[in-house]
Design a protein around this ligand. Sequence first.
Ligand code: GDP
Ligand code: ZN
Length: 458
Amino acid sequence: METDTIAAIATAMGEAGISVIRVSGPEAVPIVNRIYKGKKSLTEVPTHTIHYGYIVNPQTEERIDEVLVTVMRAPRTFTREDVVEINCHGGMVPVQSTLEAVLSAGARLAEPGEFTKRAFLNGRIDLSQAEAVIDLIRAKTDRAAKVAMNQHQGRLSRLIRQLRNEIVETLAHLAVNVDYPEYDAEELTGRFLRERCEGIEKEINRLLQTARQGKIYREGIATAIIGRPNVGKSSLMNTLSQENKAIVTEIPGTTRDVIEEYVNVRGIPLRLLDTAGIRETEDIVERIGVERSRRALEEADLVLLVLNYAEPLSEEDRRLISLAECHTAVIIVNKVDLPGQLDLEEVRSLIGDKPLITTSLKEERGIEQLEEAIANLFLLGKVETAEGTYVSNARHIDLLSKAKNSIREVIQGIDTGMPLDMVEIDLKNAWQFLGEVIGEAVAEDLIDQIFSQFCLGK
Ligand code: GDP
Ligand code: ZN
């Protein structure tokens, strides 16, 4: 059990406005009190109250920052430990100095994810809820935030618990027959078991179906804009970014630490691939050739192929169309404000059932239709469940697939007349895999691995 007191900056680094330093642990209140000067001693104030004052250097009494301090005593706190939050004025210098003061007064700098880890270890949230906090931090759009929020509120956990209960009930029925074979109800049990397992499999499948969409909302749709030089690729990028507030995110704690550009099209986050390339070199196809765009395409979930209405279809256009063939793609015929040279019927005959949208990016025409086409591609056949529960985490998907396979084994075992005590093993495995989703029966190192993905201060 960890019982020391930890501290970290809980708000994004370098952001303007207010910054929050969070301190959690048995000594949180006395530690902050050592460097706080206000009307009252923090050790005497009631829980869940806010106090105005100064953070001072305890040796020199010199003021470091003017602050609001929130005192929250266990157990009604994020970590279920005593928590103190210091609202600083922001600006890197006072925030860092305040954090240093807290550390020199006796707190330890928190590891990434350590606050959430404590909330988990102290039983306030389960593992899938903790993971949802990671997703929430990284959520790119309102919709992604909502998916993460639902999970955070325990919807996925509740569904998993229901499934596990069903399995336990089924196991109980089985146990009666395994332990008292004189009942000789094997055949009846087999049929009952099969029905139950099919029901469970169906539920797991439903959860797995939501995975694809969950992934889209979480990670964004990897989108490649391709086309010959001068057709309007940069213009398209700019239009999408302006119409749909471009979100530039820095993903902390990942190995890549890249800055990615997201645009939000009707609630669907597009992650624009190689956007730097498009911007800097102006002309991807010309400079790096079809070979490179083929590689960019491999990574893409969505291809936006731009053609020029003012020029006849060229060999290169045809090559690009055939490149896009096996991808989810929208064909955009741009510059329709100019006299037409492009044979639209010919284009239609080449692109099969891919949507074709005509635009004039210059006159801002066709943009609504383009956005609608993009949204439709990803929302058609949508698997959004009534409760809106998405499984969007690779670890969950993996475990659910394993649970599903175990259930399959049970059904096959029954069909091939396997002894019931063998079948029981697979059923127990399914129960175990589902348990791992919500952190029951999880190995210690896995827990560490999950929580190390957090940013500092969460
Ligand atoms: P890229 O080379 O494919 O990135 O093309 P750009 O976006 O840089 O556009 C090339 C040129 O075409 C620029 O001068 C744009 O202003 C112009 N352009 C882009 N879209 C349109 C359009 O819809 N109509 C007309 N007339 N010009 C356009
Ligand atoms: Zn360009």
